[in-house]
Design a binder for this molecule. Structure first.
Ligand code: SF4
Length: 244
């Protein structure tokens, strides 16, 4: 099903919906063209738990850069067993990955910002694009308290992609860490073991590191670029825009 309603009507319909209503609405109206795309951080796991109760069958997808932490792969297996679902994995194109590594080496992201972005493009952005091609409704675990760059994250945003409309929903955008933790504890939501090791944002091995208490949640990403501003701690998957 393709999104045909006007932006205004769609936002009106979604404006007062809580997260559970959004999951129900997406499954009812968009079925297999709706899905959660998660990197198995805390918000994504809470979304999966909520979805499993009110809209079981909604797709769960991930971008597997092939450089994730073993703890993240273990969590994926745990989530599959706990909720009886199959996580759809979108991986880098093998030929493009092979060429990148042959030209620049496995650790090109240390060289400069452009090469880090190139690595993210091959390993993250392109597989994410492939995942989004299969969706009309994209659930994401973005939260406004993640970073300054994300403070304006809308809960619903109609974006244009390759000449078509894609509805991006961040149902927990206004939840803070305390609320996420309280939900996780109350419902026994599986959690990435990396949080116990001091990580506050989780991505690839080496590129994500633990943070100190006074640091921002995404400060552990690409630490060797810490002289750059917050916007440079994004990998290109999430771009700005308006919404509600
Ligand atoms: S986070 Fe690092 S290893 Fe992962 S895709 Fe980006 S640059 Fe490559």
């Amino acid at each position: 099903m393709v999104i045909e309603t006007t932006e205004k009507d769609l936002y009106e319909e979604l404006r007062d919906m809580g997260p559970e209503d959004m999951f129900r609405w997406a499954l009812a109206h968009h079925g297999p063209r709706a899905g959660i795309v998660t990197s198995f951080q805390d918000t994504g796991c809470v979304m999966i738990d909520m979805m499993s109760k009110v809209a079981p069958g909604l797709r769960v997808m991930t971008v597997d850069t092939l450089r994730l932490h073993e703890e993240t792969y273990a969590l994926m297996r745990e989530v599959e067993q706990r909720y009886g679902l199959t996580v759809e994995r979108f991986t880098p194109d093998p030929a493009r990955l092979k060429r990148m590594v042959a030209q620049h080496g496995e650790y090109l992201f240390f060289d400069d910002k452009a090469k880090q972005e190139y690595c993210c493009k091959i390993r993250k952005v392109e597989p994410n694009d492939a995942a989004l091609e299969t969706l009309d409704v994209w659930f994401t675990g973005l939260r406004r308290d993640h970073s300054e760059f994300r403070q304006e994250t809308p809960k619903a945003q109609l974006i244009n992609r390759n000449g078509r409309k894609l509805l991006k929903l961040a149902p927990l955008a206004d939840w803070d860490k305390e609320r996420i933790d309280a939900y996780s504890e109350e419902h026994g939501v599986p959690k990435n073991a990396l949080y116990e090791k001091g990580y506050t944002s989780i991505g690839c091995v080496i590129c994500t590191t633990p943070t100190l208490p006074h640091e921002h949640a995404r400060a552990g990403r690409w630490r060797w670029f810490n002289y750059l501003d917050e916007d440079n701690k994004e990998c290109g998957i999430h771009i700005g825009g308006s919404g509600i």
